[in-house]
Design a protein around this ligand. Structure first.
Ligand SMILES: Nc1ncnc2c1ncn2[C@@H]1O[C@H](COP(=O)(O)OP(=O)(O)OP(=O)(O)O)[C@@H](O)[C@H]1O
Length: 306
């Protein structure tokens, strides 16, 4: 029997007045995976996540988190999930470590607070009031608050926005450890490298809908190109004839060849076999994969960071 999804969003619609922020969004997240919800500003990522967290009610559609309704079953769900909001939710005068200790007390079996504080580089500012923390420190505190209760499922909304590279890596490391511990992690981001580094699954969101899902490798593998250099004027029709349907061959510049197709080992073998028969040594032979940025651009016609 298939494991039920940790998060299941079906036909979610959420409007703010006239503005439709989420427009029939479907998403299923498997337990124990890291899923990146990737999309440009305003795509509807935060609204979707906040609906999953029970902070917003759907206008249409259904949301189930660990099999529960995030609004109706909030009391049962809250102890099982960790939430990192994009901002706020903290009294500005409270000291960082006190906030974390207080949060830890809400859970039955919290992590060791001093260890977590050290881990996230917050030891130097533990006694600093929240409002005096830097943006990066506030981010790290929010992350600590999300994980301190040993949740089964964590929602991280842009966890590395504004962090320096070192803090970014520490965050990624923590996410990897959560995953190793069997925690389901849902992370929104508009950083491709974050999705590529962290995610088992990526859901690309644009204009309030999921427009593609898959592993980063799958999303990028679907198409690509194979390039090589050889003598100018090769018989491209003859080469195309030995390639799978849909493959196109071009001489981009004299002696510079490009095969656009689903790149797999068989394609590579076909091209090199043809070259061998033609007595051609394909120099600088290489495969170029699409990046998630290319995938996004093709799907939506827009840059990811527009
Ligand atoms: N409280 C609100 N009132 C009115 N409009 C809102 C509200 N919150 C979000 N929106 C609008 O809904 C759309 C989706 O916003 P949302 O924050 O969910 O997107 P996002 O993908 O998380 O973007 P970002 O990456 O900038 O956080 C945007 O057009 C935004 O301006």
């Amino acid at each position: 029997m298939q494991t039920p999804p940790a998060v299941e969003v079906t036909g979610l619609v959420k409007r703010y007045g006239d503005k439709t922020a989420v427009d029939g969004l479907d998403l299923a997240i498997s337990p124990g995976t890291v899923t990146a919800v990737l999309g440009p500003n305003g795509a509807g990522k935060t609204t979707t996540i906040e609906t999953c967290e029970g902070y917003r009610r759907p206008d249409a559609g259904t949301v189930r988190v660990l099999g529960l309704d995030p609004v109706a079953d909030a009391a049962r769900l809250r102890p099982r999930i960790g939430v990192m909001l994009q901002s706020g939710g903290v009294y500005p005068g409270s000291r960082a470590v006190e906030i974390l200790r207080h949060t830890a007390k809400l859970y039955a079996d919290p992590l060791d607070v001093p260890a977590l504080v050290e881990r996230l580089g917050l030891d130097s500012c533990g006694r600093t009031p929240y409002r005096r923390l830097s943006g990066g420190q506030q981010q790290r505190l929010a992350l600590a608050m999300a994980v301190v209760g040993r949740p089964e499922l964590v929602f991280l909304d842009e966890p590395t926005a504004g962090l320096d590279p070192q803090a970014r890596r520490a965050t990624w490391e923590l996410v990897r450890e959560l995953r190793q511990g069997g925690v389901t992690v849902v992370v929104t981001t508009h950083h491709m490298d974050e999705a590529e580094q962290l995610a088992d699954e990526v859901a690309i969101v644009d204009r309030g809908r999921v427009v593609a899902t898959g592993t980063p490798a799958d999303l990028c593998r679907a198409d690509g190109s194979l390039r090589f250099d050889g003598p100018p004027g090769l018989d491209l029709a003859a080469l195309a004839a030995v390639l799978p349907d849909g493959a196109t061959v071009a001489e981009a510049a004299p002696g510079a060849y490009r095969v656009d197709a689903a790149v797999d080992p068989r394609l590579l073998a076909s091209v090199t076999a043809w070259c061998a028969d033609a007595g051609v040594l394909p120099e600088k032979l290489g495969v170029q994969r699409r990046s998630l940025e290319d995938v996004f651009l093709e799907l939506t016609g827009r840059e990811l960071r527009s």
